[in-house]
Design a protein around this ligand. Structure first.
Ligand code: CP
Ligand code: NVA
Length: 333
């Protein structure tokens, strides 16, 4: 295994394709061990991990907590309102304090710059649990799930429907470019990833053989897709006033049974979750009433048809996050 010890995990950009695959291989191993009740808490027992969440979470927080526990480590959770960060204490000072107490720090927050700063000053590995721009641990779980399902990654086509210039669109594009999957973002032009990132990804794509494309027509984009992916239309931290515009702009990209029927016959649908596929959430119900809709980025029937793979994907968050923590804290495979 490559030497990951002491490294932060802020985006997939700093990791080579081989290293990304090694992390997914390690996650596969941990998953097998967990299923077979084989303990793996011998090497990192007693280490301490800080979990900073400036935005809410179900999967990411639980993944870090369960994974840390399985590795024999302790966690301290700092909630969106439970710390002084950025309010009474700078990121730099916070990083220096936490770096004296903890062996690793997870951070979920707003601008990428904040997690980068934390990593610069902490002196211990910092793991990005989602920022506005990137969600790298999610991509590891997504790639693990795609490989579990199809048996390979290279040459597969992943189509991302919706707001592709935010954390999920950006990170999937990077992951696909590095690992040799073809990536198509489908949305109105203003929702495409920015030029700078597209140019960077184009270079990795050239090396891996991946083809990146950007298509405003969802029925064109989905042709030949192995994986159809979407995410919420309004992300955490965005203002409520944006819903109307997003529903108007992105409804043509909603993943419906009709749209899925134009992908490859054995294509799968994936979603990082949480998803608005029905009105059984507070916000879903509010928006349903306000805009007279019954779902948003994906219909309930598509969501249910592919629920097995979607929940495998959610489970794989834990195995991949475990791999990232273990590798960067010096676990020897
Ligand atoms: N997919 C994901 O990051 O989920 P949470 O927001 O629940 O952590
Ligand atoms: N784009 C979403 C991803 C949630 C996992 C958000 O940032 O809210």
């Amino acid at each position: 295994m490559s030497d990951f010890k002491g490294r932060s995990f802020l985006t997939l950009m700093e990791y080579s394709p081989e290293e990304i695959l090694e992390l997914i291989d390690l996650a596969d191993k941990f998953k097998k061990m967990k299923k077979e009740n084989v303990p793996h808490n011998d090497q990192l027992r007693g280490k301490n991990i800080a979990l900073i969440f400036e935005k809410t979470s179900t999967r990411t927080r639980c993944s870090f907590e369960v994974a840390a526990n399985d590795l024999g480590m302790h966690t301290t959770y700092l909630s969106p309102s439970g710390s002084q960060i950025g309010k009474k204490e700078s990121i730099e000072d916070t990083a220096k304090v936490l770096g004296r107490m903890f062996d690793g720090i997870e951070y979920r927050g707003f601008e990428q710059e904040l997690v980068e700063k934390l990593a610069r000053y902490a002196g211990v590995p910092v793991w990005n649990g989602l920022t506005n721009e990137y969600h790298p641990t999610q991509i590891l779980a997504d790639m693990m799930t795609i490989r579990e399902h199809f048996g390979d990654l290279k040459g597969r086509k992943l189509v991302y429907m919706g707001d592709a210039r935010y954390n999920m669109g950006n990170s999937l594009m990077i992951g696909c470019a590095k690992l040799g999957l073809n990536f198509t973002a489908s949305a109105p032009k203003q929702y495409f990833p920015n030029k700078e990132l597209r140019n960077k990804c184009a270079r990795w794509a050239e090396e891996s053989g991946s083809v990146l494309s950007f298509e405003t027509n969802p029925f064109e984009a989905i042709k030949g897709a192995d994986v159809v992916y979407t995410d919420v239309w309004v992300s955490m931290g965005e203002p409520d006033s944006i819903w109307e515009e997003r529903i108007r702009d992105l409804t043509p990209y909603k993943v419906t049974t009709e749209l899925m029927s134009k992908a490859k016959r054995d294509a799968i649908f994936m979603h990082c979750l949480p998803a608005f596929h029905d009105l059984n959430t507070k916000i879903g119900a509010q928006m349903g009433k306000k805009f007279n809709i019954t779902d948003m980025e994906v219909t309930d029937d598509v969501f249910r048809d592919y629920s097995e793979v979607i929940f495998d994907e959610a489970e794989n968050r834990m195995h991949t996050i475990k791999a990232v923590m273990a590798a960067t804290l010096g676990y020897k495979d």
